[in-house]
Ligand binder design. Structure first.
Ligand code: G4F
Length: 337
């Protein structure tokens, strides 16, 4: 019995494999795209675990997808491989679409042909709700994407439903609101804040000068949860009685980028005052800790997102465990070590 998890080098792929190794007895095949990365190096993820195997897989190559599915014959296929950086998706719309939409078609079609009993999960996102009509968003909220990234995920959602309804496949895409961790990439705003503030804190302590943190839209509001809490919800989504439903996973709370920064400064115990235009100044030295740089603005941003997780709580018995302050502290303390 086996599970394929794509995108092992990303936050969610890694935590999914870790969860499955701890909570199931399946053989786990973690995959990442070939980039002249030696698989022996990649083994560092779960060293010496006989139930874990690394494979190279590029989901944009349908031959590659078909051959891996033929070889592994998985019971579950969990797809976290994606171009997942919203801001970058305007620069690379083709790569975004090819990976996030065509890649999903490649998987669905190979599963249909070779492994139709396999349960398939694709990573969906709150970004699909985009220009929201009401808050909190529930599963009935219309899809109103604002970025090439979000459009690609909406298209994936539609084609998954088509395969589910046409071929009777267990194929679903949950809506995961923002979820963070110490493994979050440093281009995403939360980890950018915690890692930069941690390094500024070290400079303050050693009396060295530092470069300020530069951020874009400070007013953007997000529903930030803990990635490890969400992985449990994904596995529950994959183990429903058929026919399967699709669920929102979210913390159900909403904070701005400004709130995140200020919470991080509090946790770091840095004394600051906020001046006009969101310039944050260190009280003792007068140095600028953080300022706005319009280069980080998006062509079209999603202003606020907050998920209604009632359906997942009731039907999947899923609850997020980590609150906002605990999440910020966990990430900052890791980066400060
Ligand atoms: O951290 P972000 O880049 O995450 P975003 O765009 O919400 O997307 C993440 O969460 C989605 C929902 O789960 C996923 F689908 C997606 O794949 C990804 O994981 O930006 C959050 C907000 C945005 O409004 C952005 O404009 O923060 C704002 N922001 C302000 N300054 C910034 C910055 N974002 C980034 N990345 N960098 C900044 O300096």
């Amino acid at each position: 019995m086996s599970v394929i998890v794509t995108g092992i080098n990303g936050q969610d792929g890694y935590y999914m494999c870790k969860y499955l190794l701890e909570h199931t007895s399946f053989m786990i095949y973690g995959t990442l795209r070939y980039r002249a990365t030696k698989l022996t190096n990649a083994k560092e993820y779960f060293p010496d675990n006989p139930r874990f195997t690394m494979l190279h897989l590029d989901i944009t190559d349908n031959v590659n997808v078909l051959n891996i599915i033929k070889k592994v014959k998985p019971q579950y296929f969990i797809n976290f491989a994606a171009q997942s950086f919203v801001g970058k998706s305007w620069d690379i719309p083709h790569v975004t679409w090819t990976t996030n939409t065509m890649g999903v078609i490649n998987i669905l079609d190979s599963l249909k042909t070779e492994c139709s009993h396999c349960r398939f999960y694709n990573a969906g996102t709150s970004e699909e709700f985009g220009d929201v009509l009401y808050s909190p968003q529930n599963e009935d909220h219309p899809l109103r994407p604002r970025s090439p990234y979000a459009a690609s995920k909406c298209a994936a959602r539609h084609i998954i439903r088509v395969y589910r309804e046409s071929y009777g496949m267990y194929a679903i895409q949950g809506w995961l609101f923002n979820h963070e961790s110490i493994r979050r990439g440093k281009d995403f705003v939360t980890r950018k804040i915690t890692s930069t503030i941690a390094s500024i804190k070290k400079n303050i302590e050693s009396g060295e000068r530092f470069e300020p943190l530069e951020l874009g839209n400070m007013n953007a509001k997000r529903d930030w949860g803990d990635a490890e809490d969400f992985i449990d919800g994904v596995w529950k989504m994959l183990n429903q009685d058929t026919p399967p439903s699709e669920y929102i996973l979210s913390s159900g709370t909403m904070y701005s980028v400004r709130d995140f920064l200020e919470e991080c400064l509090r946790v770091a115990d840095i004394q600051w005052s906020r001046c006009d235009n969101d310039v944050y100044v260190h009280t003792t030295t007068g140095e600028v800790i953080s300022r706005v740089n319009s280069d980080y603005y998006r062509l079209a941003d999603v202003n606020c997102l907050m998920g209604n997780n009632k359906k997942a709580r009731l039907e999947l018995d899923w609850t997020p465990k980590t609150d906002f302050s605990t999440l910020v502290r966990k990430m900052f303390e890791h980066d400060y070590l």
